[in-house]
Structures are given as C-alpha cells and as structure tokens.
Design a binder for this molecule. Structure first.
Ligand SMILES: Cc1cc2nc3c(=O)[nH]c(=O)nc-3n(C[C@H](O)[C@H](O)[C@H](O)COP(=O)(O)O)c2cc1C
Length: 358
C-alpha cells in the first residue's frame, strides 16, 4: 500500500515529517484583547502536534491591531506577543511538528464581533471598541461597515507591518510563514476586481492588483532569509462572474513562484457572497489546477476528512500535502488515526500513551 501521506517533504531548509497538516483556524480566544496568545492556544495547537500533524499553522494573526478580524484575534505587532509565542512553538517542536503562522490583514472584513460568545454579528461599532476598516477601495462587504480606501503611503505601511511580523515570527522560532491572501481579507480584496477599483499602480490589471501581495512576499523573504519556506494562501476563485478565476490564480501563482514562494495553500471564496459547491474535497481540483499551471507545490484543503481521501489526493498528483481543518478539531489525533488506517508504522506516537495501544 502506498503511504504518501507519511512521506517527508522538504521545502528549502525545512523537512516536514509527513504531509498531513493543520490549516490556520481562528480561535477568537484572546480574552485580554491584546493579541497575546493564551493557555488555550498552547493546549489547542499542542494537542494537534502531539496528534502527529506534520505541520501546524497558527491561525490568522494580525500584523497590526486594525488588521484583526476581531479584538479576540492573535497579533504579532509587538515583542510581547512574539515572546508569548515562544513556548507554544517550542512545544510544537518537542512533538516533531513544523510550526507555521498565518500572517494576516483582514481589510474590510476587520473589526467584527468574534464569531461566537456574543449575540451580535457584523461590524463592531467604534464606540464598542471597533475601528475604521481599510481596503483597496471604499466598497463594503455585504452586511459590514464601509471601509476607507488606503493611500499609497498607507499601503507601504501595510508592507512594513507584514515585514516586521515576519521577523518576529522567525525570532519566536516559527519554521515557516504563510501570507493570508484569501477569503476576502485585505490581500484578496486587492487581487479581486470585485473589491478593487483603484486607478493607481495597485488597481486595474491583474499584475497591478497582485502588486501589494508580491511586495509583501519580497519584504517577507528579506526578513526570513533563504532557508525558510514562505506559503501563500489564495482563494483560487471568487465563484462569481466578473471575479477572480482559476486562470487568474495560475497567473498569480506563477509570479509568486518567480518571487520565491514555496507553496500555495489553495482555498476559495470569501470576498463576496457566492454559491460555493461545498462537498468532500470541493477545492482539491483548484489545488490541482494551480499545481499543474504554475509548477509550484500546493496544499489541498476543504472537507478532506478521511485518510484514504487524503492519500488519493497525493497519489493522483493533485497536491503535495493535505490540510485537515475541522476534522482535526474533532480529532486532534487525526494523523495517528491515518497511520493506523494506512497500516503505516510511525515512530512518533506519544510514549506517554503507549499503554493505550497494548
Ligand atoms: C474555526 C475555523 C477557523 C478558521 N480560521 C481561518 C483562518 O484563521 N485563516 C484561514 O485562512 N482560514 C481559516 N479557516 C478555514 C480553514 O483553514 C479551512 O480552509 C476550512 O475550514 C476548510 O477546511 P476543512 O473542511 O478541513 O475544515 C477557518 C475554519 C474554521 C472551521
């Protein structure tokens, strides 16, 4: 039987022990509202690393306070935050998982109520602790407050904020970083013609709309050095006429490859309300399209919840790794379960639990 899920993968100076990874998933668990990770994060991420994941990517983490989706998001704009990540990263390493972090700016979808723990949804008003959101253009996301269009000087500040957060990520010990350019957040808003009607060098053609993302990739590389993999998460399609298409995404991935990106994490949607054909592996064909069209490695994500389903995705050359989200929340030992299912002998079952398997 093939065991591709358990074949190590090397990108630059980093070897992942397997190809079952945990995608970024917001926890909205910073009760102190200061972006500093809490015990919840240590236990939550630690459990999935102990459960055999090859990589754990920490949730969308704001590069500035205004970049957060909600006030309960993680942040990496201060050294205090950086220092609080160190024990989390150290623990992931003791469990053999590679530690990644998704650096993010929520753009026009920032300043919302946290997804749970409140009766409200939508934009958090400024007098309740919310803030003015920013975007490429003053176009609101359905049901959210109208953003302010960023000036060119402010765009440069966004690049600088990603750069400083990337530096702090490396200082905290993270092995790789992922830049969030999907799901209708700031960088996707720039990429998509549905949310970007700028007339300067950041709007208009696809190349112009990709400029901010490429600037951020370059700035990130300067900070992380040559040995550290840089991932980009893209929404490969807006699922809407007149929006981003897979073909556009293949072009963008080609430029990202030229700029030294190591892997595309292929998601979809989120920039406008759209009908998405959600079902098992519903985004895997997009990962395959990006992989084939750009030649870059991809990670597939989206309702991948069975070991054999994951093995099939790799065996058919659709992606180089799988990201298992909600199934990992249900079962933080998913990778250990997958090893059993594939009858593959791994040497990283926690010794502390051996008596459970006798
Ligand atoms: C609780 C939760 C939080 C999420 N937060 C993020 C996030 O921070 N960044 C991101 O890019 N995607 C986020 N997502 C999307 C997941 O990374 C993943 O792409 C999606 O859940 C589909 O994969 P799945 O079907 O395996 O869950 C989140 C999903 C869930 C369920």
């Amino acid at each position: 039987m093939s065991h591709l899920l358990f074949e190590p993968l090397t990108l630059r100076g980093l070897t992942f022990r397997n190809r079952i990874w945990v995608p970024p998933m917001c926890q909205y668990s910073v009760e102190t509202l200061d972006g500093v990770p809490a015990p919840w994060h240590t236990v939550h991420y630690g459990a999935m690393a102990r459960g055999g994941a090859g990589a754990v990517i920490v949730e969308a983490t704001g590069v500035t306070p205004e970049a957060r989706i909600s006030a309960k998001d993680l942040g990496l704009w201060s050294d205090t935050q950086r220092d609080a990540f160190v024990p989390i990263v150290d623990f992931l390493h003791t469990q053999g998982a590679a530690a990644g972090i998704q650096l993010a700016h929520a753009g026009r979808k920032a300043s919302t109520y946290p997804e749970w723990g409140t009766d409200h949804d939508g934009s958090l008003p400024v007098d309740e602790g919310g803030w003015q959101t920013v975007a490429p253009s003053a176009l609101a996301f359905d049901g959210l407050a109208e953003p302010r269009a960023l000036s060119e000087a402010e765009i440069a500040e966004v690049v600088a904020a990603f750069r400083s957060s990337a530096r702090r990520a490396i200082e905290a010990g993270f092995d790789f970083v992922e830049i969030h350019a999907a799901h209708g957040y700031l960088l996707h808003e720039f990429l998509s013609p549905l949310s970007n009607n700028r007339t300067d060098s950041y709007g208009g053609t696809l190349e112009n709309r990709a400029r901010l993302l490429l600037d951020i990739v370059d700035a990130t590389r300067t900070e992380v050095g040559e040995d550290v993999p840089v991932f980009v998460r893209l929404s490969a399609t807006d699922w809407t006429d007149g929006g981003l298409t897979l073909d556009d995404t293949v072009h963008v991935a080609g430029w990202l490859k030229e700029h030294g990106v190591d892997l595309i994490d292929v998601s979809s949607g989120g920039n406008v309300m759209a009908k998405i054909p959600v079902g098992p592996g519903y985004q895997t064909n997009l990962a395959a399209g990006v992989r084939q069209g750009s030649g870059l490695p991809t990670a597939a994500v989206g309702l991948i919840s069975e070991p054999f389903q994951g093995e099939h995705i790799l065996a058919t050359g659709q992606a180089d790794a799988i990201l298992v989200g909600r199934e990992y929340l249900r079962d933080p030992n998913f990778a250990l379960r997958a090893a059993d299912a594939l009858r593959f002998d791994i040497d990283y079952r926690p010794a502390q639990y051996h008596r459970a398997y006798k």
